[in-house]
Every structure is written in structure tokens, then in C-alpha cells.
Design a protein around this ligand. Structure first.
Ligand SMILES: [Mg+2]
Length: 190
């Protein structure tokens, strides 16, 4: 499957693979070796992110960058990965890891390890990215299907064009609710 994707998009297109914590160390080692010829930009969450020693072992044998972070919470868990030299890319999510402030602290902590925030709150991640050096945050994740749901009630809806998305210049995150889409809601009394 990976080979078919590589052949379809060509050698110059960046491909990353997301395992969503699905493998153990033995299987991940074999798979990463097998995928080297495909030239992955990174392997994401090849093993559960709390297995820091296994990440370190995998990284020592892999010739592919190893990424994790959407299920890593707060700078303290990031610190463990960094201190053990266990990861090439940090992907903490602004929602899950503790918000803007914590993600910004993680950017400072990561130093030379790039931070590519997970894309649930794409607009929050985008604002943090815009405030950091491109060497610290070289890109942000955009979930092609997920963002259609998450921005359903928004106007404007932010989507990348040619891989680039502009930082909104509206107040706050740039979220404006489209009232026409939420007219049918029922009043809720607490
Ligand atoms: Mg992921």
C-alpha cells in the first residue's frame, strides 16, 4: 500500500505515515525498516507514546524520523521524550496538552526538535506556529476531513491552498460563528 502511494504521488512529494499507537516495538522495527525505501517524512506514533524507552530503541535502529505527541500531555511528558533522545518530531495537541501556554512552553523546551502540533484545534496551533521560529515549528497539521466538521459552524472556514494557510487577522483565533447554521438549536437552561 505504501509503495502504491509513493508511486502515485512521485518521489518529491512528502509522505508521512500515522500508526496511531498501533504497533509494538518488534513489529514497529520491522515495519520501519521495510518502509525506509518509501522515504517517509516521518513515522507517527508507531508505538504508544508512554513507552519512552521503546521509542529510544526504535529511534536508534530506524533510518526514518520518529514522531509522536498527540497523546503526550503537558511539557513534563515531552521532557521525558527529549531527555532520553527518543523522538525526532513532537506533535502535541493544543487542546490535549494544556492549551496555548503549555504548547508555547513545549516549543521552548523542544529546542532543536521540531514541534508540529496535532491538528484538532488547527487555529490554535496555527497561532502558536506563527509566534515561533520556523525552525521550531516548521509546519502545522491540517486534518482534511476533520476540519470540515470542526469548522462547520464557522464563517470563514480556513483551509490551506497549495499547502499554505494564512493566519487570520480577526480578533482572537479568528473564529466567527455562522448564525444561519445554528438557528435550529434549542434553548438549553441550566
Ligand atoms: Mg496522528
Amino acid at each position: 500500500m505504501a509503495r502504491a502511494v509513493r508511486e502515485a504521488v512521485g518521489q518529491d512529494y512528502e509522505l508521512m505515515f500515522d500508526v496511531f499507537n498501533g504497533w509494538d516495538l518488534t513489529y514497529a522495527t520491522e515495519m520501519v525498516r521495510g518502509l525506509e525505501l518509501i522515504g517517509p517524512g516521518w513515522m507517527e506514533e508507531p508505538i504508544p507514546s508512554d513507552r519512552v524507552n521503546e521509542f529510544r530503541k526504535l529511534r536508534t535502529v530506524a533510518r526514518v524520523p520518529i514522531a509522536t505527541g498527540e497523546h503526550v500531555y503537558t511539557r513534563w511528558q515531552v521532557k521525558e521524550l527529549l531527555l532520553r533522545d527518543a523522538v525526532d518530531v513532537i506533535q502535541t495537541d493544543p487542546d490535549w496538552t494544556g492549551g496555548f501556554t503549555e504548547l508555547t512552553k513545549i516549543c521552548a523546551l523542544a529546542f532543536e526538535v521540531p514541534v508540529v502540533a496535532h491538528g484538532h484545534s488547527m487555529l490554535a496551533a496555527l497561532h502558536v506556529a506563527a509566534a515561533q521560529a520556523p525552525t521550531t515549528v516548521p509546519r502545522a497539521e491540517f486534518l482534511i476531513r476533520g476540519q470540515e466538521t470542526k469548522q462547520f459552524f464557522h464563517d470563514p472556514i480556513y483551509r490551506p491552498e497549495g499547502g499554505d494557510v494564512s493566519v487570520p487577522d480577526l480578533p482572537g483565533l479568528g473564529i466567527v460563528l455562522d448564525e444561519t447554521k445554528i438557528e435550529g438549536r434549542e434553548e438549553v437552561t441550566f
